[in-house]
Design a protein around this ligand. Sequence first.
Ligand code: 2AM
Ligand code: CA
Ligand code: CA
Ligand code: CA
Length: 265
Amino acid sequence: MNWEKIDAHAKQWVKEAGEIIRLSFDKTLNIQTKSNPNDLVTNIDKEIEQFFIRKIKEVYSDHKIMGEEGFGDEFKNPDGIVWLIDPIDGTMNFIHQQRNFAISLGIYENGIGRIGLVYDVVHDELYHAIRGKGAYMNDKLLPPLKEAGVKEAIIALNATWVMENNRIDHNLLIPLARDARGTRSYGTAALEMVFVATGRIDAYLSMRLAPWDFGGGTVIVEELGGIVTNLRGEKLNYLSKDSLLVAKPGLHQTIIRDYLKDGKW
Ligand code: 2AM
Ligand code: CA
Ligand code: CA
Ligand code: CA
């Protein structure tokens, strides 16, 4: 497989999609809700997903596509080449702030991540990796991640997970939030993953994400020696929703062993 060629196409399309999103800032958005009143989608999310599908099908008609907004293909097995597309990760930020959102693309072969791209459209920062070929921010090679401990760590998580709720053992997250040097919440899983890759933060966790949220970021973080699992410490399956823990080496094992081990995640 010529991953460099696929990667070059993906890069070009992500940049073009970013330009469409930047131009949309001057236009009126059409905003709809999905599963609940805080689960939002706009005409631009849908337009960008359809843009990618059109481009991919033109050149790679045998590749399969899974996109958040549902314009991709229906399939149940990971065989062949699969593109995981989140046209806008951080839609609420896109709507309210016109920043702190990203395009995320993950390209998988038989369930194994080969290419990851996360594009911070507003800052024109493209995070990108081909498995085994290094991870980059724009054209700058990123250094491997160093080990870290909880007391020196900035950990990104959403405040709602630390509040009482019926889904998870929120009590277990309170000591983690307390022991960390600091906590942050950016509201965009894809960017929070690449912030771990660049060392801007040390770990990110979420209770429930989908393949299009973590597909691209995983390839980038793993290329640098970071660890990506669910909150039980198990490898993710790239066609299923799951919880997520992304962290520097050492820190990942510590968080699982000292904080999350007894949770029902
Ligand atoms: P999205 O913006 O593409 O929907 C927000 O904390 C992060 O969680 C974003 O990366 C967001 O992706 C993701 N997310 C996953 N499922 C969500 C949902 N049902 N509602 C809102 N955000 C969700
Ligand atoms: Ca969404
Ligand atoms: Ca998302
Ligand atoms: Ca999205």
